[in-house]
Design a protein around this ligand. Sequence first.
Ligand code: SAM
Ligand code: SF4
Length: 528
Amino acid sequence: MTKGNHNSPDLKSGKGSKDYSRYFDFSDAKVISEEEGKITYRIKGRNVQINSQPDYKEGKRRGKEEIEVHYDFEIPEEMQNFGVDKYYHITTYGCQMNEHDTETMKGLLEQMGYKSVDDRNHADIILLNTCAIRENAEDKVFGELGHLKNLKIEKPGLLLGVCGCMSQEEGVVNRIMSKHGFVDMIFGTHNIHRLPHLIKEAVFSKELVVEVWSKEGDIIENLPKKREGMRAWVNIMYGCDKFCTYCIVPFTRGKERSRRPEDVIAEVRELARQGFKEVTLLGQNVNAYGKDFTDIDYTFGDLMDDMRLIDIPRIRFMTSHPRDFDDKLIEVLGKGGNLVEHIHLPVQSGSTAVLKKMSRKYTREAYLELVRKIKISVPNAVLSTDIIVGFPGETDEQFEDTLSLVREVGYDMAYTFIYSPREGTPAAAMEDNVPMSVKSERLQRLNDLIKENSRIINDRMLGEVVEVLVEGESKNNSEVLSGRSRANKLVHFEGPKELIGTFVKVRITDTKTWYIKGDIVAEAAAVH
Ligand code: SAM
Ligand code: SF4
């Protein structure tokens, strides 16, 4: 926000489908006070304290500043018991990265004394950790805010926060300030560690506090995390520099920053010591890990090689960009051991022309060559992917190229999406001449093909013995246990509850499209 523009908040926004600034009038916003860089406005009857608000241009800029790592995080003393006898509820939208951020927020809140509650009617603080990847993800959040307004009217002391990727969007923050003034805090993806401070400011000032950093900050180690179950996520890097033309992540998550290998290794070792059975290494593009180190030559392949030496049964990773998937990584994955043979390798489209417009920086042929190399080096490799249909200008032939690539690779599973224009991204300004009915039909055809593939792959497993990490009772039948194979297949079988949290061997006896069934075997000759 520019200090000179005191009559209305800075409402500029990029091109795209959702330019909320066109719909909201802030001309009556008045400056109430201004101190230490924080400006308080009166907007539609509510005081809004703006510490900092998002700026797309800033978020897009990639500077050369050194990223520092801080190891001295502490909850401010006056907030250490602030949550005693109080309850929190967090609703999380979107990807694993958001799920993991929620674990950090839970950790922070619990260190302040708050306890978790499932029924949000009993919560003293409710946070919506949002996703901006597609428009329908955003619509859900605005719908939810509508419901929460009634709760806030019943319980004025309730603290309501909106955080995550949507908060990084200028238009969203403007819309909340204008239409949902009952919200108490808006903060972004770069300043989660500031949660205790923001709670303090919102509670004591009774204002809507907006603190969204457009630029990524330093890496903060030692943040508390509340993990549950036997599978843990570990961030190895933050941000993304790929700027695929449809994607908002580089704006909402900032530039690529890798955590130091010694910190990642120490965290995974500690999780192994605590008894976790599986770790998923997280990053928007894990294959770019280490490229930002200036003092050491250490890549994702090196990190995975070091992971093999840790006594934890399974290591996975999400998500890898085909462009940075190098031979070293393929070689290391081929060593197997605790590195599982499931690889999520988003392709997005099977047409080289569409990939070019998406700025994915690989061709159909290069992707297929990568798949070929992986299949040669990693025995029993299982591949899954992400695909977008109906990208602006996608022709029938180009869509057919996607179908033929799906057939050729033989994915086990895929996340499929209809293209959704995102404000400020280059694709949002491209002419989109594909009617929605055609996009929906393409999605249906693609999903049918993926289902067919998955069923064929599952059928081939009949009679095989797989190693399953038992996670709990099946959702629909408490007599049945369920777990995941190394290839991330959902497996159902009968067995005693004491097996939960252990590894068992299961012979496959029946297959469905999205899961397989089997019987526990005592001993197995060959396990997949
Ligand atoms: N970083 C990961 C990668 O590049 O593979 C994925 C990140 S994103 C959270 C997950 C998926 O959402 C993407 O792979 C893409 O298929 C999909 N996606 C991203 N932007 C989209 C958009 N504007 N419309 C539809 N799908 C989108
Ligand atoms: Fe988005 Fe592309 Fe980065 Fe994935 S690699 S987060 S799709 S910009």
